[in-house]
Design a protein around this ligand. Structure first.
Ligand SMILES: Nc1nc2c(ncn2[C@@H]2O[C@H](COP(=O)(O)OP(=O)(O)OP(=O)(O)O)[C@@H](O)[C@H]2O)c(=O)[nH]1
Length: 403
């Protein structure tokens, strides 16, 4: 374990706050937050993307009928072919992908490709009908930048890329087939304007979504995290314990709990000062965080210099070894002040494991771990005491009168 240099910054720095301070004009966070943002966006984007695809399919099918009814067959058979053989199937494939959970990782590239194919296909319809002398109105292409930027849920850069490809096709091909210079000028101007406005709106939308993500993340951290150490606070610990207790009751598993108290911490503070005391608590919390490995495990600051570790469904015969590893890792912390090594700190740990099916109240687990911690302290500190599946009679503090 690397040495911890004391004193260091004594408040936990939230990644959400840091990202807020840095700003996100480039619409990009660091890798961990970026992944969290995309994850949080996924379900909303999925719903929007599906709605847009269904509406797109209905619209393009309706325009097949409108084309056939309103423009000469020499052009309408081609425009209908593009709609029926290219655009609608692409939208159907994208929808099919969106309904398969296994396709989650490929959904964004698929939506990007779909948007690009639909954009280019729509421009193709305009170009082809102009070339065949029976032009369909081009106004539909003006909707594309707005739909792609505002409704598909694509990351802004990808929406921009997709729109630019269709715009480039429009700017290169329409002048070749549009005989009327005045109409051409209007068409090009409106297409450019629609792209600028769509990109602007898309940028503002994503910028705001990122700001809300950071605010929500910061608020939930303030509610759930301890301000000094950054690990979970007591409220979050209580909620989590109740949750895993219910889950273990359903699944017939165990819940393990370690209450860990720093030994003689008052002396530590008195000798080295509160600033270094705070930093030592952070170092302890870092170690505990590394011992909450599984998804349902949790490390929390229980209060003052006392910490808690919830282990979901541990092997009861492993608990002593697990507690010992925590104790040893904390004892091995190399705490350094600016110029010298600081007294090592030790902890006492009371560990308990119960099966919720046997004992309905999660408070009994807390009580059992508390009794074990009491025994560890009174047994001389710097040690681990385990109470594994204690009988109700054992859930009594030493000194409690027997009624
Ligand atoms: N620096 C710092 N000290 C804290 C914090 N919270 C609690 N403490 C200190 O932790 C010390 C706990 O003292 P005691 O409860 O007497 O326990 P102890 O000295 O650790 O002794 P034992 O637990 O019996 O081994 C007190 O001096 C508190 O001020 C904190 O956030 N920062």
């Amino acid at each position: 374990m690397p040495p911890h240099h004391l004193p260091f910054d004594t408040t936990y720095t939230s990644p959400y706050r840091e990202a807020m301070e840095r700003g996100h004009a480039r619409l990009l966070f660091g890798p961990a937050l970026e992944a969290g943002f995309r994850d949080a966006q996924y379900l909303t984007n999925l719903a929007w993307m599906r709605w847009v695809s269904w509406i797109g399919i209905a619209t393009y099918l309706a325009f097949v009928a409108i084309d056939l009814a309103t423009i000469p067959l020499q052009a309408s058979r081609w425009t209908a072919a593009i709609r029926l053989l290219l655009i609608v199937p692409t939208l159907v494939v994208a929808l099919a992908v969106s309904y398969r959970t296994a396709s989650r990782a490929v959904l964004t590239p698929v939506v990007f490709l779909t948007a690009t194919v639909v954009g280019c296909g729509t421009v193709g319809i305009v170009v082809l009908s102009l070339a065949l002398g029976a032009p369909v109105p081009y106004e539909g292409t003006l909707l594309l930048p707005f739909v792609i930027h505002l409704l598909l849920g694509l990351p802004w850069r990808q929406a921009l890329g997709s729109n630019l490809i269709a715009l480039a096709m429009f700017v290169v091909l329409v002048p070749l087939v549009q005989p009327d210079r005045m109409i051409l000028t209007y068409q090009l101007s409106y297409m450019l304007l629609a792209n600028v406005l769509g990109a602007w709106g898309g940028y503002a939308l994503e910028h705001r979504a990122r700001a809300s993500f950071l605010t929500a993340g910061l608020l939930s951290e303030l509610a759930e995290r301890d301000g000094l150490t950054g690990i979970h606070n007591r409220r979050s610990f209580n909620d989590h314990l109740e949750r895993v207790w219910k889950q273990a009751a359903r699944e017939g598993g165990n819940v393990g709990l370690a209450l860990i108290d720093v030994d003689h911490f008052k002396q530590f503070n008195d000798r080295h000062g509160h600033g270094e005391g705070d930093a030592a608590l952070r170092a302890v919390a870092d170690v505990l965080g590394a011992h909450a490995n599984r998804p349902l495990d949790l490390a929390a600051r229980y209060g003052g210099e006392e910490f808690a570790l919830i282990w979901y469904d541990p092997q009861p015969d492993q608990l002593h070894a697990m507690g010992e590893r925590v104790r040893r890792d904390i004892a091995a912390l190399e705490l350094h002040a600016a110029d010298a090594r600081i007294d090592p700190i030790t902890v006492s740990a009371g560990v308990a494991v119960l099966r919720p099916r046997d004992i309905p109240r999660h408070t009994d687990l807390l009580r059992a771990a508390d009794i074990a911690l009491y025994q560890a302290k009174h047994g001389g500190r710097d040690r681990v005491v385990v109470l594994s599946h204690p009988a109700p009679g054992e859930l009594r503090f030493p000194g409690t009168p027997v009624s």
